[in-house]
Design a protein. Structure first.
Length: 234
């Protein structure tokens, strides 16, 4: 991408994230009207977890120092909200942002606190829901599934906890199998499959984000193991 265009669009997107922050509620807003007023004072937990994730990744991967510095400052000012997230996926999004922030700023205390906050609770959910044929955190499948094992893998690496990496790899292996058709092709969990306890996913109505989530999770698995199997899955 042309550096001028990259700077333009990164600044626009960063401005939206900063404007979305509601300091009175200490939460990000999510939906905006055409006239640039907000539809709500507090966005969903998912949107807040994704905001933390975006800030961490920008602090690590932003091409321009001004964007990396901005993301670090916003993370420091806002990411403590991640410690209060109750949604499993929102927790994982925040963990991914925290892991990225630790890459950018080793020893970052808030990022480390977010990574330490949730994994044991998530493993407890897995232990409660699992069956011999069901190795998952919930009794149903939903959206952005691969982000859950991805977050455990990167948290385990950041914290030096092999048990988290192992759990992430085990559950990623299971969800990848569920997302593979009999012909060996990628077939994500469809939205009509949500909320069906201990049921195999239905074939249709998938969301594009499932493909990206699975690719990213397999990349994380490869980085943790150097196993070429994960390159093939990605």
């Amino acid at each position: 991408l042309d550096p001028v265009e990259r700077d333009k669009w990164t600044t626009i997107y960063a401005s939206f994230v900063q404007y979305a922050w509601n300091p009175d509620e200490r939460r990000f807003r999510n939906f905006m009207n055409f006239d640039r007023t907000w539809c709500e004072d507090v966005g969903s937990e998912d949107s807040n977890g994704r905001a933390i994730w975006a800030l961490g990744v920008t602090a690590r991967d932003g091409k321009d120092p001004k964007h990396r510095d901005w993301a670090r400052a916003m993370f420091d000012a806002t990411a403590s909200l991640g410690l209060d997230l109750g949604s499993l996926r929102a927790q994982s999004f925040a963990m991914l942002g925290a892991a990225a922030m630790l890459d950018a700023s080793p020893g970052h205390e808030l990022a480390k606190s977010i990574l330490e906050r949730f994994p044991d609770d998530q493993i407890a959910l897995l232990d409660a829901a699992r069956r011999p044929e069901w190795q998952w955190f919930e009794i149903v499948l939903a959206y952005d599934n691969a982000r859950l094992p991805q977050a455990l893998i990167v948290a385990g690496q950041a914290l030096g906890r092999k048990d988290l990496v192992g759990c992430g790899l085990e559950t990623l292996d299971w969800i990848v199998a569920k997302q593979t058709s009999p012909e060996g092709r990628f077939r994500a969990v469809g939205t009509e499959s949500f909320h069906r306890p201990y049921a195999d996913p239905l074939q249709f109505d998938q969301q594009p984000l499932e493909a990206q989530a699975t690719v990213d999770a397999c990349i994380a698995a490869y980085r943790a193991t150097s196993d070429p199997r994960w390159v093939a899955e990605a």
